[in-house]
Write a protein that binds this ligand. Structure first.
Ligand SMILES: [Zn+2]
Ligand SMILES: [Zn+2]
Ligand SMILES: [Zn+2]
Length: 127
C-alpha cells in the first residue's frame, strides 16, 4: 500500500496538497475503501448524502422540496401536516409553538398597531 501515503490519486492522477486530502478524494470520488479509516470516511461522506429528506406526505405540495436534515423536515411536517392547535385571539392558527410565540410577540402586535389606524386589513395577509 505504498500509494496510501501518496499525494497523487492513483486512479485519476490528480494532485493534492496533502495525503488526507488525497484519501478523502479517493473515498468520495472513486468509492475506494481500503481500511477502517477509509470506511469511516466513506460512512461520513455517504451519511451527508443521506441527510436529504423528502416529505413523506403524498399529498404534500412541497413534496419536490428536499429538506436538509431531519430537523427541517420535521419542522415542515409539523407546520404543514399536523393539527394547528395554537390559536391566537386574532384568529391566526399554527401547529408550531415557536411560530405561535413569534406571532404573538411580533406579528400580532403589528396587526394590532395597524388595526388602530387602518381597520380594513385582513388578518390572513399577515398571518
Ligand atoms: Zn482520483
Ligand atoms: Zn409536506
Ligand atoms: Zn394574533
Amino acid at each position: 500500500m505504498a500509494e496510501k501515503n501518496s499525494r497523487t490519486c492513483d486512479i485519476c492522477n490528480k494532485q493534492f496538497a496533502n495525503t488526507s486530502a488525497c484519501r478523502l478524494h479517493r473515498v468520495k470520488s472513486h468509492r475506494m475503501v481500503d481500511d477502517i479509516t477509509d470506511k469511516r470516511l466513506f460512512d461520513r461522506t455517504s451519511e451527508k448524502a443521506r441527510l436529504i429528506y423528502h416529505c413523506p406526505n403524498e399529498k404534500c405540495l412541497e413534496r419536490a422540496v428536499k429538506f436538509e436534515g431531519m430537523r427541517n423536515l420535521r419542522q415542515h411536517y409539523v407546520r404543514v401536516h399536523t393539527e394547528k392547535k395554537h390559536t391566537c385571539e386574532c384568529g391566526y392558527r399554527t401547529a408550531l409553538q415557536k411560530d405561535f410565540i413569534y406571532h404573538q410577540r411580533v406579528r400580532c402586535q403589528l396587526l394590532k398597531l395597524q388595526a388602530t389606524d387602518e381597520p380594513i386589513i385582513h388578518h390572513s395577509d399577515f398571518a
